[in-house]
Design a protein around this ligand. Structure first.
Ligand code: R5P
Length: 295
């Protein structure tokens, strides 16, 4: 349980909803951006003992700098335990050096968060080569919740006995969780990415003809993964393709590309505020914050 939820001024809508669901007060961290790009933060002058700070890390770089300031400031102002509630946790995909000299961002961002916070609660982090959030946060507690069941339930109610399909291996965990609960057919593709916007997807050996298919993934950024899968599915005779993702980043022309590829509906959780949001992660986060700390 927590005594106070802190959030930044641009996330006060979710902050208020989450605090209401937890049954605790919430306060907003005010920011001033200096002309040269630095941030000045103003927290409540006196904080209670157990504080959680809500911060989603879409467009993460400036936000990480502000967390680096806000976390020690919160402790100076009275917080004795400080958790980060981070619906979208960025930098989890770079989990190995794919070529010599590449920094393993997941490891270093994880270490930084572990030095600022006592624990991190997040939704569907992109964990591939490490199994748990505890491994991402050396010596601290990490909790990974999932929106997959919410999206699977939505898909089952809005498509006709759909096949749930993950566009790559990593999505298998979310697709399986969503499909098994609803008794739906499911599978995963094999993906090859050769550039930021260059993606090839090979479909599994399943019969898609005349079937409604819902693509399920943790995150869509350029949308090219979903586009490649949707194009292949329609060529193989799928009667419709919808996409359901936990984190709706959808940068630049992503949504237009999906529409051009024939994707019928785009659905997402509200872990990242977006026009496609149809299910809410607030109850999941609230249940985690209400639970007594695990030992
Ligand atoms: C990576 O494996 C993720 O699960 C997503 O499939 C990927 O990040 C989506 O990126 P984009 O939308 O840019 O293809």
């Amino acid at each position: 349980m927590i005594d106070l939820l802190l959030c930044f001024d641009d996330e006060s809508v979710m902050g208020e909803a989450l605090a209401r669901a937890v049954g605790c007060p919430f306060e907003v961290i005010q920011r001033h951006r200096f002309p040269d790009g630095e941030s000045k933060l103003r927290l409540p002058p006196r904080l209670p003992s157990r504080v959680a700070l809500l911060r989603g890390l879409q467009q993460p770089n400036d936000k990480l700098a502000e967390l680096m300031i806000a976390a020690p400031a919160a402790r100076e102002l009275g917080a004795r335990t400080l958790a980060l509630v981070c619906p979208y946790l960025a930098y989890m995909r770079q989990d190995m050096a794919f070529s010599p000299g590449e920094a393993v961002s997941q490891r270093h961002i994880g270490a930084a968060l572990a030095s600022w916070f006592d624990g991190v609660v997040t939704i569907d982090p992109h964990l591939h080569r490490v199994a748990t959030m505890d491994e991402v946060l050396p010596g601290k507690r990490g909790l990974a919740l999932s929106a997959a069941m919410l999206l699977g339930d939505w898909a089952a109610r809005h498509a006709q006995q759909p096949i749930l399909l993950g566009p790559d291996d990593e999505a298998a965990q979310w697709v399986r969780a969503a499909a098994v609960a609803k008794g739906l057919d499911h599978g995963t593709c094999i993906k090859q990415r050769s550039g930021d916007r260059e993606v090839a997807v090979a479909l599994p050996d399943m019969d898609f003809s005349g079937r409604e298919v819902v693509l399920i993934d943790d995150v869509a950024s350029t949308g090219r993964t979903l586009v490649a899968a949707a194009e292949a599915l329609l060529l193989r005779g799928a009667s419709s393709v919808d996409a359901a993702v936990t984190h709706a980043l959808f940068i630049d022309d992503a949504l237009a590309q999906l529409a051009a590829a024939g994707v019928r509906h785009v659905w997402s959780s509200d872990s990242v505020a977006h026009a496609s949001n149809v299910v809410s992660v607030v109850p999941l986060l609230a249940a985690a914050l209400r639970a007594p700390p695990a030992h």
